[in-house]
Design a protein around this ligand. Structure first.
Ligand SMILES: [Zn+2]
Length: 443
């Protein structure tokens, strides 16, 4: 009943039965969406301003985006799971917002999102999804799904996520900020009752630092936080995460996941006496470094499996057609994807100019070669989308450059073209290459 009172007090529920309690779930749902919205708008503003937000805030933001689709647009959990980045990128503007065709779900259907809903989902795609993608293991497959969990894998329980969102915003008022309990409340509960604005104000008063100590009770009270406990717990939780990612970054000099023993010995060298991360926390915070040309094994694996993360195909419509869009940031000089197929000499390639799609390229120490891709998809990956074949041309504004690379395939070495970032690339940018000197496309 406390829930109902809370909602009714905020004008979100109108009761018309004798018990005075709602029986229809949708009222709860719209209530949560309304209660959470100020936080969500605040988080979006921070993210779009390239500020970082706490992990819990990022998770809430994702849950809210899922709730828009499930609660407001009545998508099933399975439709939310199979919703793909491609569906999103191919959305069309309509009078009342944007229309999204959901191609992944069993019952093909389309939904129309308002401009504000579109902004929330776009913010998730550009600012939060890339963080999950960066944490993804090379062997993992996100299947191009729009919503990803922390480790970069597709969602497994959207309904559970929505329950968490509901519990976060529909808790009884009497357990507001800082119920001064004796035991530590779980982090989720602690953060639930304070708004993002309240938390930001606290952080301004007590800035987070890697080596500092959490503010004492007296200091909190002095600063106007008599119910200090949830703030204190959240501050420590954030510091623990910061320490864990600091440790994992310092151990990420090589491309492999750090060993438990080396993490433990690095932790032992730190002077932190309290709030020390465990080996498990550091491993969880570990982010694989971006792929460089020297990462030969990782490049070979990606070329063979055609698994290049952080890319999606977008249909730009006529006359441009399809192209490749970055959905993750790429730093200058990192390897983004490849282009491979039958390799011949430049002279032979020139003779075949009538045959189709040819890529002429000269390496630093090799003769000019011609990589010939007769048809898309390529002969060795007939069922896969090959991003490297779909990158559009731009003479003026290329952001990737081709690099001829010798790859040691199991059946012998062969040349392939790797696309390298010419500069830092942001999520949402189309990948463009200046082919004018290297490729001849003949129909
Ligand atoms: Zn292939």
């Amino acid at each position: 009943m406390k829930l109902c009172d809370h909602l009714r007090s905020r004008g979100l529920l109108i009761f018309n039965n004798s018990l005075g309690c709602p029986t229809a779930q949708p009222t709860h749902r719209s209530g949560v969406l309304v209660l959470a919205k100020p936080d969500i708008q605040h988080i979006r503003q921070k993210l779009m301003g390239s500020d970082t937000v706490p992990h819990t805030a990022a998770t809430t933001f994702r849950h809210y985006c899922q709730a828009i689709l499930m609660w407001r647009h009545q998508l099933t959990a399975s439709a939310v799971k199979t919703f793909c980045v491609n569906d999103w990128l191919d959305r069309k503007s309509v009078a009342s917002g944007v229309c999204i065709q959901l191609n992944g779900s069993r019952t093909k259907r389309s939904i129309i999102l308002t401009g504000e809903e579109e902004e929330f989902l776009e913010c998730y795609l550009l600012k939060l999804r890339p963080l999950s993608l960066r944490r993804q293991d090379q062997d993992s497959d996100d299947k191009g799904r729009f919503f990803l969990g922390d480790s970069g894998l597709p969602l497994c329980n959207p309904s559970g996520d929505l329950r968490r969102l509901r519990d976060k915003y529909l808790q009884p008022v009497s357990e507001g900020p800082g119920a001064d309990s004796v035991s530590d409340p779980p982090t989720g509960q602690a953060s639930a009752s304070m708004s993002m604005q309240e938390w930001d104000a606290f952080m301004k008063a007590f800035p987070m630092s890697l080596h500092g100590n959490a503010p004492s009770r007296d200091k909190c009270v002095e600063a106007g936080y008599p119910r200090y406990r949830p703030y204190y717990v959240k501050w420590r939780d954030l510091q623990l995460r910061q320490r864990a990612s600091y440790m994992s970054r310092s151990l990420s000099k090589t491309s492999g996941r750090p060993h438990k023993a080396s993490i433990q010995s690095a932790l032992d060298k730190e002077s932190w006496t309290t709030n020390r991360p465990l080996v498990h926390d550091v491993l969880k915070a570990w982010v694989p470094p971006e792929r460089q040309l020297k990462d030969t094994w990782s490049i070979l694996t990606s070329v063979m499996k055609q698994k290049w993360k952080g890319l999606a195909i977008k249909d730009f419509g006529m006359p441009k057609g399809k192209g490749v869009v970055a959905v993750m940031p790429f730093s200058k000089e990192v390897v983004i994807c490849d282009y491979h197929d039958t390799v011949t000499s430049e002279a032979e390639g020139k003779q075949k100019r009538q045959s189709g799609f040819l890529f002429f390229i000269k390496g630093k120490e090799t003769k000019a070669l011609c990589i010939e891709a007769k048809a898309s998809p390529c002969t060795c990956h007939p069922s896969l989308v090959i991003y490297g074949r779909m990158i559009n041309h731009s003479k003026q504004l290329p952001n990737v450059k081709p690099h001829l690379h010798r790859i040691d395939f199991p059946d012998g070495p062969q040349e392939a073209v790797l696309f390298i970032a010419k500069r830092d690339i942001r999520p949402g940018e189309e990948l463009l290459c200046d082919y004018s000197v290297t490729r001849a496309v003949v129909n």
